[in-house]
Ligand binder design. Structure first.
Ligand code: LMR
Length: 392
């Protein structure tokens, strides 16, 4: 049986991890996978996470199953962190293995509810979005998003393409910190998108993987909250990988907002989906997040550290934009300072990206997405000089 399997295409982002590891050069620079690194290149366990782990070890008396939807306190704490107050009568949710698990469950829910629905993706988007949709045999379409000239949002393209959305189509939006471009809607543009999708009768599906990495924990949820307040049905896939730094714990949540009268049925379908795919969701990371969000001192410390992380990335953005101004003697790369989140798409060709890797030991995704957090004060000028050399 297994001899009939064909090789699968490798995930381009994950492939870079291995290529970087196998490169013997000691001055190599990793700007690939979206993992936060501090100035020394480490991905630290956040202080509040360490404290919660210690406390958990002391107080945990059993590892028996929790609930199919996940620990209720986790789901409640996450719904409130993402949406604020006022959604408990409409919010159904399941704890999932990371943000990817939430995206997968959301798409499966769409497939169960509306097998023929079209799922619209921004062009470009995180490559795993189309990959999962294709794997599930669902229909997908793209809307223009990125202006390759300005490296900002192509708003005219967004509005023109989303005007083709049919009633009941699902439109995937990055809640903040667009991956891979780093270019984001302004508040006004979010309103325009919401107006259009409302008029078309679309179902918004928000991927919120970087809350707290852009403009702040509350600010990064603002668009999601606006959409949640306006639309009768919304899907939200959120991740704790980045903002709690618990990547390998696989901690995420899928929230489905619905009519209060449908809540029990929708929740039952979410529970069913978890049961079919993996039964009970992972608990360790979810429990740590709950302990942090339910304890005022731990919450304060976590927020302070998250804010440090965010500000570090903003400083790196500004220093890189300045260094590129100097190195290229132009303002062509000023957009780096205006982008938000972990990533910026530089707008280099694949050939230029390959030269940066082969000749300079600088690793970035083939579409020229860089992970800003992979930089530090020493490597910013190195990157700027290399970019000026290949693209100057
Ligand atoms: C990324 O885009 O680099 C992250 O979301 C990690 C991943 O799984 O691709």
């Amino acid at each position: 049986m297994l001899e009939s399997l064909n090789p699968q295409p490798q995930d381009k982002i994950l492939q870079l991890i291995a290529m970087f590891r196998d490169d013997p050069r000691t001055d190599k620079i990793d700007l690939g996978v979206g993992v936060y690194k501090d100035a020394s290149g480490l991905t630290p366990v956040m202080r509040a996470v360490k404290a919660a782990e210690k406390r958990l070890w002391e107080v945990e008396t059993t590892k028996t199953y929790t609930a199919l939807a996940g620990e209720p306190a986790y789901n409640a704490a996450m719904v409130s962190m993402i949406l604020g107050a006022g959604f408990s009568d409409r919010a159904t949710s399941i704890s999932t293995p990371g943000g990817t698990g939430a995206i997968r469950q959301a798409l499966e829910l769409v497939k169960m509810a509306a097998p023929g629905a079209m799922v619209w993706l921004s062009n470009p988007t995180w490559p795993n979005h189309p990959s999962i949709i294709k794997f599930l045999g669902m229909k997908m379409a793209e809307y223009r998003y990125f202006d390759a000239e300005t490296r900002g949002v192509d708003m005219a393209g967004v509005l023109e393409d989303l005007a083709q959305v049919a009633k009941g189509d699902v439109v995937l939006l990055h809640g903040c910190c667009h991956n891979p471009t780093g270019a984001n809607f302004t508040a006004d543009q979010w309103t325009q998108v919401a107006d259009l999708l409302e008029a078309r009768g679309a179902v918004p599906f928000i991927d919120l993987a970087y809350q707290g990495f852009g403009d702040g924990l509350e600010e990064d949820a603002a668009a999601t909250r606006m959409i949640a307040a306006r639309f009768p049905e919304v899907l939200i896939a959120a991740s704790c990988s980045k903002n709690f730094g618990i990547y390998r714990e696989r901690t995420g949540i899928l929230i489905a907002l619905t009519d209060p009268a449908r809540k029990a049925v929708v929740q039952g379908n979410l529970n069913y989906l978890n049961r079919q795919n993996f039964s009970f969701p992972p608990d360790h990371g979810a429990r740590l997040v709950t302990m942090i969000l339910e304890d005022a001192a731990l919450t304060a410390d976590w927020k302070a550290e998250l804010e440090e992380v965010r500000l570090n990335m903003l400083t790196l953005r500004r220093t890189l934009a300045d260094a590129l101004r100097q190195a290229t003697n132009s303002d062509r790369f000023d957009f780096v300072a205006h982008h938000r989140g972990m990533f910026s798409r530089l707008g280099l060709t694949e050939a230029q990206v390959n030269v940066l890797r082969d000749q300079h030991g600088i690793y970035m995704v083939g579409d020229s997405r860089i992970n800003i957090a992979g930089l530090n004060a020493r490597t910013v000028p190195v990157l700027a000089a290399a970019i000026a050399q290949v693209a100057g």
